[in-house]
Design a protein around this ligand. Sequence first.
Ligand code: ADP
Length: 262
Amino acid sequence: STAREIKQREEIESLAFNLERANNRLRQLDKQKSEFVSIASHQLRSPLTSIAGYASLLREGNYGNVPSKMNEPLDRIEQSARLMAESIEDFLNVSRIESGNMKYDFTDFNLREETEHICDDLRGVALRNGLILLFRTDLSGNSIVHADLGKTQQILHNLINNALKYTPKGTITVVVRDDDAKKRIYVDVLDTGIGMNEDTLHSIFQKFERGDKANTVNVKGTGLGLYVALKMAEAMQGTITAHSDGEGKGSRFTLELPRVAS
Ligand code: ADP
């Protein structure tokens, strides 16, 4: 039976070898895919800048008077260019995350202040959509975090913009609170919008996942925003959680970051 054992060992070794080869091949393909996305996205970016730039020059009357009839098509060009730029940024972020090329620049900053600024910036957009955007704090200590400021702003923008996108009417409430014992700071983004069922809740942080309801409210998106936001939060020792009591019952998204050690 030693001969049988040797044969078995040979078979196992050959299987392991093939598996290893297949794995290497997959890793290589994955890398090529990331490179392709990155190159394609960079190539799309500059013509897009030119489309948006000329639309804005036209609108500002740099090529002569703009008849009022032309405002709407110019608006549409600008809006589409902005949406496309956002999608491209999402693709680039995914390829940066997957190739390990996402760079984080850690500093200490006040999360409450930053969150309040973003709310002030987005309040106008909310009002134009007939929504109220409220900001509150419920802090027992300071709200200084050690994280990448730009990435944190991007996450908050993403969560609040989603709340605006998926809320046909009502209120968006942003709350900054803390847990002194756990040394964590939380930003809740609560909305009175379309909400999510259990199935949707479980998939939204995955790549390209969009809720079934997302398309019916006619909201454009790539389904990459939350995937990117969660990866960024995790890289900063934080996380993002989502909650909803069900469809039509609003949603709550929470960004959690560690308070800076004092
Ligand atoms: P996108 O908005 O481009 O679809 P995201 O990754 O930001 O991509 O969100 C994924 C999905 O999560 C959305 O398609 C939607 O179904 C759901 N979602 C996100 N935010 C909300 C919200 N505030 N209310 C209801 N559903 C939401």
